[in-house]
Each structure stands twice: as structure tokens, then as C-alpha cells.
Write a protein that binds this ligand. Structure first.
Ligand SMILES: *Cc1c(COP(=O)(O)O)cnc(C)c1O
Length: 447
């Protein structure tokens, strides 16, 4: 579809789209959200599917523990801490227009083992699912076996005949690359121009083939898929459409429920839960949101945050065009310093699944990501990569936008917001090398 065609044939350009075109910071409240307790049933994915995924990860835990000693403490389960950040909350409340009552927590996916980012959830899960399918089919494994067996020479030799491929802006490639190499696969990662050099270097060090593209993420995915389809023994992980990836992300919710309980935090009608997650193509925040809605229903309110330079999910959902529209169609180049969020065209699958459940989407300017990063480091001594800091825009702007006040009023939350738990989903950062951290910390983006 050419830009001109869309502009001429439709009057789809609502005021919100014009504001996206102008790269304004804003919040969009999703008008299609349903208030029903369980809007999930009609989506064809169920609680049982998420439970299956969670149990599959438990079957693989002995293997993960065996290959990745850093997961010993959690017995091969890859999970991140849920951390109170009171000093950051105090700082937020000292800023203009901020009034953040209740409890502020950081979900530290930056600490996830193996990949150091949220991608450790979806990416690793899908590789393991594919591995189990192959191993069961070829009689290498029975479900009752101890999966540590997969680390044997014989199994590694078997998997060497197969290839895993994926298109990535960096972190997905990192998570899929690391686990696939551990299993024995040949791995080819198709990296978009946004991908950081250190991520490519790290993968190559582990024997992964990294194909570099001068173009954006969509092109890397498209070409990766074509290359993979030519080889019957190659499996392509499709970030834009994969149900398995989605289910891997969704498992986060059940574990979060437990962590909240352990910390004595209640989620119910009187104690709402607010969650803010950075969004690129949509898979990670979409899967997590789906899992959370499945558990907490109406009592959880999920918001995505996107860069003003690449608000692809907002554009797709607000226009109703989903993956049939790209940020290029409204004159944006999608070039953001938030490399993990540098996506011009959202997943259509995720956008449609989010329609009845997502509360809204914030957009944020690049320069603020670096500010949030420095504040968190100063106040709590926690380092996040810039993309991950996008989630702070939600809590910073909660009492700023009239649309948010209206949302709270419509949900009858005005007198309950003081009891709320707010979770900022910190999607990545622990693998960023010191040299790059220094660079990030000293980055000041002028306008
Ligand atoms: C990939 C990524 C996201 C967003 O996930 P999507 O599935 O692309 O929406 C957010 N933060 C970081 C650090 C990421 O790498």
C-alpha cells in the first residue's frame, strides 16, 4: 500500500493520528476495551494454553539449569525479581504534575537469565517448544524423562542438522541465539539496522551467523522468513505472528501473581493493579497483558508505552488498520534511540487480541528515556537500557493527562487509585557492556 493511496481513499485520520504524525507525547485510551470480566474466552487462546506453556518450561528446567549455571538458584526457571523502588517513587512525587500514591514496583526483566531482557520469556520458550516437538517425534525423549538428557552429546549431535532463524532488532536474536546454541542448533539471526554492535558481537562469539540489514525490522523479518522457508530443516521464529512466543510471554503473569502474594500485595476491586510495558512489535507486552487479564480480569489495567518516533501499535489500533499500516505512512521514519522499540509496523495478531483488553498506550520522546535511566540509576542503583525506561512514562504521566483522569472516573477508580499497585515493566539491560552503559548514561538528546 502506498502512502498516497491510504491518504486519498480513507478518512481514517482521526485527531489522534494527526497528533502521532506530529510526534506529540500523548496517552490514547482504547475505546474498544470491554469491561467484561473474562473477555479472553472468545480469542481462541485459553488459560489452559498458558498453563501448558508454564508446565513445559518446568519440564525443561533441569536442562536449563544444566546448560546455564546462573539459573541454579531458581532450579532452571528463568524468572525476574519484583522490586520495590521507594526512592524512585519519592523522586517521581517531587516532580511536576506527579502524584503517585500506592505502591511502585519494578519488574526486573533486565535481570532475566541468559538474555538479560524480556525476550528471554518468549524467545527461549519457543525454541524449547520446537525442541520438544522434534525430540518427541524422533523418539529422543519421552515427556516423563529428565530433560537434562537433552544436554548429552547424542542429542546435541541430533540437533546439529537443524537450523533456527529469526528477524530481530537485537534482544530477540540474543535470547534465541543463546538458547539455540546451547541445544546444538545452527542459528542464523537476521538483524535490522537498529541492532547494537555488541549484541551482534556477542552472538558471533557463540557461533551464531548474524546477517546484517541496512533496513528496518520488517525487512529483516521478511527476508529471514524467505531464507528459512527454502530449507526444510530450518525453523523460522515469527515475532509478528507466533502463538508460542506469545504464550511464553504470558507465563509471566502466573509467576507475578505469586510474587505479589509473597509481598503481601492484594489485587482486587478495592486494590487495582496498573502495569506499564514498553512496546515494539507487540509480542512481549501483548503476551504479558493477556496473561495478566486472564488472572486478574477487570482489576488489572495494562498500558503500553511507545516512542513518539515509532508508535506502531497505537497507529495500528487507533486506525483499525493493524499491520496494514506503518509509521512510514504518516511520515515518520521509525528511527528511535530505543532500539528494542524501533518497529514501524505492529503485529496484526497482537493488535487484534489487545482490542478488548488493553487500557491504553502512552507515547514518549527519546530524550526522556535517558533521563528516566539516570534517575533510576541515581535513586535505586539499577541500570536499564533506554527502551526499558519507556515504561516510566506511564507512572510519570498518570496524573498529568485529562484522558487518564477520565479513564479513572469511567472505571470508578478515583477513590481506589490510592490503594493501587503500579508495576513498571523493566524490559532489559543487564547484558549491556560497561562501555555502552557509560555511553548511554552520558547521552543527552536535544530537541
Ligand atoms: C523487544 C523489547 C521490547 C518490546 O517487545 P515487543 O515484543 O517488540 O513489543 C521492550 N523492551 C525491550 C528492551 C525489548 O528488547
Amino acid at each position: 500500500m502506498k502512502r498516497g493511496d491510504i491518504l486519498q481513499t480513507d478518512n481514517w485520520k482521526s485527531p489522534i493520528i494527526k497528533r502521532l504524525e506530529n510526534m506529540e507525547e500523548l496517552v490514547w485510551i482504547n475505546p474498544k476495551k470491554e469491561s467484561a470480566n473474562k473477555p479472553l474466552e472468545k480469542m481462541g487462546i485459553s488459560t489452559k494454553d498458558i498453563d501448558d506453556a508454564r508446565i513445559r518450561l518446568e519440564r525443561f528446567a533441569p536442562f536449563i539449569e544444566c546448560c546455564f549455571p546462573e539459573t541454579k538458584a531458581t532450579q532452571g526457571i528463568i524468572e525476574s525479581p519484583l522490586t520495590a523502588i521507594p526512592m524512585m517513587q519519592k523522586f517521581i512525587n517531587e516532580s511536576d504534575h506527579c502524584n503517585l500514591t500506592g505502591t511502585l514496583l519494578l519488574k526486573q526483566d533486565n535481570e532475566l537469565a541468559i538474555a538479560g531482557s524480556v525476550k528471554a520469556r518468549g524467545g527461549i520458550y519457543e525454541v524449547l517448544k520446537h525442541t520438544e516437538d522434534l525430540a518427541l517425534f524422533h523418539g529422543l525423549l519421552r515427556k516423563e524423562d529428565n530433560y537434562a538428557k537433552l544436554a548429552s552429546k547424542e542429542c546435541r549431535h541430533f540437533f546439529q542438522q537443524y537450523t533456527i532463524q529469526v528477524g530481530s532488532t537485537g534482544n530477540l536474536g540474543l535470547s534465541i541465539g543463546m538458547v539455540s546454541v546451547a541445544i546444538g542448533y545452527k542459528v542464523i539471526i537476521h538483524m535490522s539496522s537498529d541492532a547494537e554492535q555488541w549484541k551482534k558481537d556477542l552472538l558471533r562469539k557463540h557461533g551464531v551467523v548474524v546477517v546484517e540489514y541496512q533496513s528496518d525490522y520488517s525487512v529483516a523479518v521478511k527476508n529471514g522468513r524467505v531464507q528459512s522457508d527454502k530449507d526444510p530443516k530450518s525453523y523460522f521464529i515469527d515475532d509478528e505472528n507466533s502463538i508460542d512466543l506469545f504464550l511464553g510471554y504470558a507465563v509471566a503473569a502466573k509467576r507475578l501473581e505469586l510474587q505479589l502474594k509473597e509481598q503481601g500485595l492484594i489485587v482486587n476491586e478495592e486494590h487495582p493493579l496498573f502495569v506499564y510495558i514498553p512496546c515494539g512489535v507487540g509480542g512481549a507486552p501483548g503476551g504479558i497483558t493477556f496473561g495478566l487479564k486472564d488472572i486478574f480480569g477487570e482489576n488489572v489495567h495494562c498500558f503500553f508505552v511507545e516512542p513518539t518516533k515509532a508508535p506502531c501499535m497505537l497507529l495500528g489500533m487507533a486506525s483499525g488498520k493493524h499491520d496494514e499500516i506503518s509509521v512510514n505512512d504518516i511520515g515518520l521514519d521509525g528511527q528511535t534511540l530505543a532500539d528494542g522499540l524501533a518497529v514501524g509496523r505492529a503485529s496484526g495478531f497482537i493488535g487484534k487480541v489487545m482490542e478488548p483488553i488493553l487500557s491504553g498506550i502512552f507515547t514518549v520522546e527519546d530524550c526522556k528515556l535517558f533521563e528516566y535511566m539516570r534517575h533510576l540509576l541515581n535513586k535505586e542503583q539499577i541500570f536499564l537500557e533506554p527502551s526499558a525506561c519507556a515504561a516510566f512514562e506511564g507512572v510519570m504521566r498518570l496524573s498529568f493527562y485529562d484522558e487518564m483522569s477520565e479513564y479513572l472516573a469511567n472505571c470508578k477508580l478515583e477513590d481506589k487509585i490510592g490503594n493501587a499497585t503500579h508495576i513498571v515493566w523493566a524490559t532489559g539491560g543487564s547484558l549491556v557492556p560497561d562501555k555502552n552503559r557509560e555511553e548511554y548514561i552520558n547521552t543527552y538528546v536535544g530537541d
